[in-house]
Design a protein around this ligand. Sequence first.
Ligand code: CTP
Ligand code: CA
Length: 228
Amino acid sequence: LARGGLHADLAGRRVVVSAGGTREALDPVRFLGNRSSGLQGYALAATAVARGARVTLVSANVALPAPAGADVRPVTSALELREAVLGAAAEADAVVMAAAVADFRPDTVAAGKIKKTGAGPAPITLVENPDILAEISGKRARPGQIVAGFAAETDNVLENGRDKLRRKGCDLLVVNQVGDGRAFGTADNQAVVLGADGSATEIPYGPKEGLADRVWDLVAERLGAGAG
Ligand code: CTP
Ligand code: CA
């Protein structure tokens, strides 16, 4: 439908997508990470390019080919991802945070490789990372900028999703139901996109490109008429 120049409804728009999962260093060789593949974020970037947008893809630790036509900015940690996203968001009409951002990072990064001492492991102290989605939503670098986030919830999906949407202050929150037999990466997965306007758009299970296109539909509806 909304693909390949036939429907270039994002022509002249600048969008930022974050993808993948951050890594929080413990020492020069070790990190705390997560299982995000980056597939959803890359699908968002590819579909936005196909719809005519200029796309900055802030990519955290993803083993996927760069989507043709996107400006890929590789990052490692949540703090690096924040710098890259905030920088690109200054010029953006829309920002979609598909990355799995670590909530916490080790409070110190050892300068050298942590060694066994024979006295057992030292505890790891964590500190909280900044909430990038809340920060961009609160800032709105450009008037009318649309901000979207993703959330995975195990129970009370709609209620928790609504709470999170309000807390973050974003325009759209794509909520996936996970757990309870619904594992990451399985077919038994459904999404609903909650809008700050009270809307709830159900997205049937399907390829990540389909979900990506539905997200851009909802973003495009909310962007004012005319580019820039
Ligand atoms: N996110 C972010 N910065 C963080 C953590 C999360 O920008 N430090 C973004 C994610 O990219 C995602 C959205 O916030 O788009 C929701 O992430 P989620 O982990 O569900 O939200 P949290 O506020 O971290 O809540 P929870 O305690 O449920 O993990
Ligand atoms: Ca989190």
